[in-house]
Ligand binder design. Structure first.
Ligand code: EPU
Length: 341
């Protein structure tokens, strides 16, 4: 379906933005048609659940809203099941669907807002688990040539909140489906500090982890259906263990978490919190009272105040601790002034 589109209800910040051509695609055939009809000289952007984007007022060219549904069991050896899921499925619904079938691995990722198709792009992660470890392949379509491919997990080059899809080498791919290999005998992952504390003496099980993760998230992270937010507004900065040790010597208590490739993550929320940002409100955007890494909307309808507050926070962290913060959500589009007439 092709429309000239108001995107207010397509992004969880509720920002006012317009796409020149908004096309919702529910099948691969519709996707091919939309790509064929897109103007060659104009950009083609993709939107999933809109839960991790900051939209500028104008999205030029064609914006594809990928709503491809479907969950299909592709293989099952009695222990590991391979499930292929449409990019437009809701992430949390899929997690619960797997859990009820005893297909384990994803419980720690419950209640993350957004679509299945967005999960590999930013390699969603929470409470000690990243989605990459359960992904077998990602089905993609080239937005310019229409070519289709299945990328193996290795080919996706997953990292902390990162994948090939966020870089030039993979930016042309549109995710249409994701294949997961889920293990009925997966080990329960309960070592993340706040999760372990919540589980206390309860017997470890995937059921208990699912319930605990949902409870922690509901307490600490605002529901985007009720309160405009995109979860964490910054990534946790990656650094060498040595650099983190030096920082922690000056900042006792700084939480440090393992990451890949010999690096560690330090807690951006903790650093921001030390500078007393919690509760600060400016121009309709506020630092959450419950979590310093989360910004919430209280009236702002454009990207400008969100990015201005984020910029002030990042500058203060840089100046106090010498640590550069990177935005976690993607900023899409441009201002009305810079849009091509
Ligand atoms: N902390 C503070 N003050 C705060 C917030 C946090 O001191 O205001 C401290 C906490 O006490 C804790 C540490 O910072 O010791 C880490 O906090 P938390 O467990 O909430 O995790 P996080 O590193 O802030 C990351 C993810 C979240 C994910 C949680 C749980 C990123 C950017 N964020 O946050 O993901 O839910 O871990 O695993 O990696 C998201 O990506 O949108 C998101 C919400």
């Amino acid at each position: 379906m092709r429309t000239s589109g108001d995107l207010t209800r397509f992004n969880t910040l509720g920002l006012n933005a317009t796409a020149n051509h908004l096309v919702t695609v529910s099948t691969l055939v519709e996707l091919d048609k939309a790509l064929h009809e897109a103007v060659v000289s104009e950009p083609i952007e993709v939107l999933g659940g809109g839960s991790n984007v900051v939209l500028q007022p104008v999205i030029e060219g064609t914006l594809l809203h990928v709503a491809i549904k479907g969950r299909e069991l592709r293989a099952d050896d009695g222990r590991v099941a391979v499930v292929c899921v449409g990019a437009g499925e809701t992430w949390h619904d899929f997690v619960v669907w797997c859990h009820h079938r005893g297909l384990n691995g994803l419980a720690n990722l419950a209640l993350i807002p957004g679509s299945v198709g967005a999960a590999p792009i930013q390699n969603i992660g929470a409470y000690g688990v990243e989605v990459a470890q359960w992904i077998r392949a990602v089905h993609v379509t080239n937005r310019y040539s229409g070519e289709r491919l299945q990328l193996s997990r290795d080919a996706c080059e997953f990292g902390y909140r990162d994948s090939i899809f966020k870089h030039e080498a993979g930016a042309h791919w549109i995710v249409t489906a994701v294949e997961f290999a889920l293990d009925r005998q997966a080990v329960v992952q309960a070592s993340y500090p706040s999760l372990r504390a919540r589980l206390s003496d309860a017997p470890l099980s995937h059921d208990a982890v699912l319930a605990a993760v949902m409870a922690i998230r509901r307490e600490r992270l605002p529901d985007p259906v009720v309160t405009p937010n995109v979860g964490s507004f910054f990534k946790n900065p990656l650094m060498s263990q040595d650099d983190a040790d030096v920082l922690a010597r000056h900042q006792p208590g700084l939480p440090i978490f393992p990451a890949s490739e010999g690096l560690v993550k330090v807690s951006a929320g903790w650093l921001i919190d030390r500078l007393d940002w919690r509760g600060v409100e400016r121009n309709g955007v506020k630092v959450s009272d419950d979590h310093a890494l989360v910004l919430i909307g209280c009236g702002a309808t454009s990207a400008t105040p969100w990015l201005a507050l984020a910029d002030d926070i990042a500058k203060s962290v840089e100046s106090a601790f010498g640590v550069a913060l990177e935005l976690e959500p993607r900023v899409m589009g441009c201002t009305a002034e810079s849009a091509k007439s």
